[in-house]
Ligand binder design. Structure first.
Ligand SMILES: [Zn+2]
Length: 236
C-alpha cells in the first residue's frame, strides 16, 4: 500500500489502495472503477469512498499490532478484529500514470524521475517527484470538498471509514444510460431483496464503468480537455 496525504487536502490521491471487502472482490473492483471519480462532485459526501482508503490502513495496523506488540499492550483489538474475520487485502485501484482519467479541466498526473541507479557511493537509489490534481484517479473526497468548514481528509475519523459493506449494482442501468444517477429506489430495491441495510454499513455502488478505464472517451463520454469538454461529459 502506498498512500500520500496532504493534511489540508480535500481529497487523497493514492498510488495503490489495498482494500479488504467481502468475498465478492469482483464487485468491489468494478466499484472502484466508478470511484475514479471525475464526477466526484456528486459523491463528496459518500463515506464509503472514504472507507475505501482507510480500511487497508486499519487492517495493516491490526496485523502489525498482532505481530509486534506484547499481548498485554494490545489496544483492545477484540471488537475491531471481530469485524474483519478472515480479511483479505485486495487492490481495487488503478495505477496513477499518464493514462489516468481526470476531469477535463484538472491537472493530470505527472511523474518526474529524480534518481534510478547506482550512486557514486556504490548503492542503488531510486526516487521520484509526482504531482496531480486531487480529484482524479482512485481517490477520496472529504466533506470539505463541497461543505465549507467540514472535515478534510486527515480529519475523518478512522471509525467512519471501516465497517461491513454492501454492494448496490446499477451496472444494467448505467449500460444504456451514461448519465445515470443513482436513486433512492436503487437502495430500496436492494433492501427488498437482501433486507434492510444496517446502520453504519458502507454502501458500495457498482456501475461497471471500470471496464472502460483508462479510455476517457468511454469512461467520461469525451477524451477532450479544457472547459469546453465539460459539457460533453457523460458518466454515471
Ligand atoms: Zn474527487
Amino acid at each position: 500500500m502506498d498512500t500520500r496525504r496532504d493534511r489540508s487536502a480535500n481529497a487523497l490521491c493514492i498510488a495503490k489502495i489495498k482494500l479488504s471487502t467481502t468475498e465478492d472482490t469482483e464487485d468491489a473492483e468494478e466499484i472502484i472503477g466508478f470511484a475514479q471519480c471525475p464526477p466526484c462532485p456528486l459523491w463528496w459526501s459518500a463515506s464509503f469512498w472514504n472507507a475505501l482508503i482507510r480500511l487497508p490502513i486499519v487492517l495493516l495496523t491490526i496485523a502489525a499490532s498482532a505481530a509486534c506488540s506484547p499481548k498485554a499492550e494490545a489496544p483492545a483489538p477484540a471488537a475491531t478484529a471481530s469485524r474483519w474475520p478472515a480479511a483479505t487485502l485486495v487492490d481495487l485501484s488503478h495505477d496513477y500514470s499518464d493514462q489516468t482519467v481526470f476531469w477535463p479541466t484538472a491537472e493530470a498526473f505527472k511523474l518526474e524521475k529524480v534518481a534510478d541507479g547506482i550512486t557514486p557511493q556504490g548503492y542503488y537509489y531510486a526516487a521520484n517527484n509526482f504531482s496531480t490534481s486531487e480529484h482524479g484517479g482512485t481517490h477520496i473526497d472529504a466533506p470539505v470538498h463541497f461543505a465549507k468548514g467540514h472535515w478534510s481528509v486527515d480529519q475523518i475519523p478512522l471509525e467512519k471509514l471501516t465497517g461491513n459493506a454492501v454492494v448496490v449494482d446499477v451496472t444494467a442501468k448505467c449500460a444504456d444510460q451514461p448519465d445515470y444517477r443513482v436513486t433512492t429506489e436503487d437502495f430500496t430495491a436492494w433492501e427488498q431483496v437482501n433486507g434492510q441495510i444496517p446502520a453504519d454499513t458502507i454502501v458500495l455502488i457498482r456501475t461497471g464503468y471500470s471496464k472502460y478505464w483508462p479510455d476517457a472517451a468511454r469512461y467520461l463520454g469525451t477524451a477532450e480537455r479544457g472547459d469546453a469538454a465539460v459539457a460533453k461529459l457523460h458518466v454515471p
